[in-house]
Ligand binder design. Sequence first.
Ligand code: ARG
Length: 586
Amino acid sequence: MTLLELVQNHCQQALHLLFTSQIGHLYNNELEISVATNSKFGHFQFNGAMKLSKILGQAPRAIAEQIRGQILAQQDPSVIIFADINIAGPGFINFVLHPEFLSQQITQQLLDPRHGCSKIAEFKRVVVDFSSPNIAKEMHVGHLRSTIIGDCIARILEFTGYDVLRLNHVGDWGTQFGMLITYLKQNYDISQINNLSLTDLVNAYKQAKLTFDANPEFKQQAQLAVVALQQGDQESYSIWQTICAISRSAFQEIYSLLDINLLERGESFYNPMLPAIIADLEQQNLITISDGAKCVYLDGFTNRDNDPLPLIVQKSDGGYNYATTDLAALKQRVNLEHAAWVIYVTDAGQAQHFSMVFAAARKAGFYDENIVRIDHVPFGLVLRADGKKFKTREGETEKLIDLLQSAINKAAEILQQRNNPEFTPEDITHMAKTLGLNAIKYADLANNRVSDYMFNLDRMLQFEGNTAAFLGYAYVRIQSIKRKINLDPTQLVLTEQIKLQTPEEIDLGLQVLQFPSVIANFSKELLPNRLTDYLYNLAEKFHTFFHNCRVEGVAEQNSRLLLCEAVSRVLAQGLELLGLKLLQRM
Ligand code: ARG
C-alpha cells in the first residue's frame, strides 16, 4: 500500500464510522487526499469537510474535528502512524506522519528491489503504438516526440507489470509507392538502388510527385504500379522492399542512438485484412456511399459547416485509407494480440482521426469498451528556440540525426570548458553522448505533453533547474559520498535502520516514499511529466538535506548514508523509466 492509500484508508474508515447513515456511499471511491504543498503544516491534506458541510448541515471545522478524533481513536497504539492531525483555516485537515513510522517505511522500501511499487497481478497485454514514421520520408520532430514519450510510457507500464507490445506502425503502404517505384524504374538503374540513401529517396519522391501531377502518362503508369504491387508483382515488390530497407536503416540509426526498442509492423501488414473490414462494415449496414466513396457516418462528428463528417474507408478508385488500416489494426490487436489496452502516441493533430476510428470500431463491434481500454495520447509541437516551426533556412525539415548530434556536440563543448583533469578524451565522448541525449529526452518528457515546447539546447543542458543534468548530478553526488564513506549500503541495510529526525531528513524521506504513488497513478493520465516533476523535487530535497545535514563522520552517518542510498535507488529507477542513462561521475 502506498502512503497516500494508507492515509486515504484511515480517513475513509473514519468517515464511514461517523457519517455513513447521512452520506451513504458518497466516499466509497477513492478519497481526495492530496500531498500537502508545505510540509511545515502536514504531509497530506483532506479538504472534503467543506463539501460534507452542505450535506451534514454542520460547520466544516466541526466535521473536521470529528474526523480527526475518530482517526486518532482508531489508531493502533502499537503502530503509531500519525504524529499529529491538525485543522487549519475553515476546515482543512492536515496529517502529520510519525517520524518513526516513516523511518520504518523507508527502511523497508530500501530493502525492496521494486522500491515499494506493487506489480499488477493479472496478465494484461498493452499495445503501445509509437514513433511510426513514414517510409521514404525523413522522420520529423513529431516522430521524435512520439518516440521519446512512447518509450517512456512503455517502460513504466512494463515496470508496472504489463506485457507490453511496442509497435512501430510505419507508413509503408499506399498509392505513393506506385509513383516512387515508377519513377525509380524510369530514372535509376534498378540493380543499384540499394545504394541510395534516405535523402536520395526523399528527393526521388518529390520528383515523382511533380511528374505525377504534370504528366498524365506517368500518372497512369504509377496507378498500374500500385496494382502490380498489390498483386505481388516480383519486381515492384522487390523495389518496395529496398525502399523500406533504406528507410529502416536511417530510422534505426536514431533508435540505436536513443536506445529505443520496438517492433516494426507497418501498414502493409494489415493490407490483406482490409477487404474483410469493408465487407464486415457493409454487412452491418454501416457503409454509406458518398461521391463513390465508402463512408461510415458517426454521431457527433461534423465539419466546419456543421455537416456530418464521414470516415472514408474506401475511395472511389477502390484504394483504402489511413483510417481503414487503423480499423484493421485495432481489430487485429484486440482479437489476435489479445490486447486489453491499446495506446497510440501521435501529435494532437491526429486526435480527430483517432476519435473517429475508435467510434467506428465501437459501432462495428471491433472492441468492447467495457473490456478494452483505448487511448490516443496526444502531444503538442516542438518549436525552435525562437518560437518558430522546425525548418531549416531552406524550408526543409531539420534532420533529426543532426538535431541529436548537435546536443551531443554542445554537451562536449560544455564538458571541455570545465576542463576537469580527471577525464580522458574517451570519458568526455561517452559523457557528452549521455548528457546530450538525456537532455533531449528529459526536456521532451518534462513538458506537459499536450502543450507545445521550445527546443532550447542551452537551457536543456544546464546543470541547474528541472533538467536531466541536475538529476544526474544528484545521483553522481551520492555515488561520491558512498565512495568516500566506503561502506556498502546493501550490507548496512541488513543491520541498520534509517532514522528520520531533522525536518530535512523527514521531508526527503517522505519524498522517497511517494515514489510508489507516482508509479501507481501513472496509468490514469499517462503523463511522463508527473514523474519528472517528482524526480526534480526529489533531487531538490536531496540537495537541501545534503546542504544542512552532514553525512560523513557524524553519529547519524549510517542512517544518513542509507537515506542517500534510498534516494539514489529511486533516482536511478526513475531515470531508467524515463529512458535516461546514468553517469557514475560528472
Ligand atoms: N505514420 C503516421 C504519421 O507519421 C503515424 C502512425 C500512428 N499510428 C497509427 N496507428 N495511426 O503521422
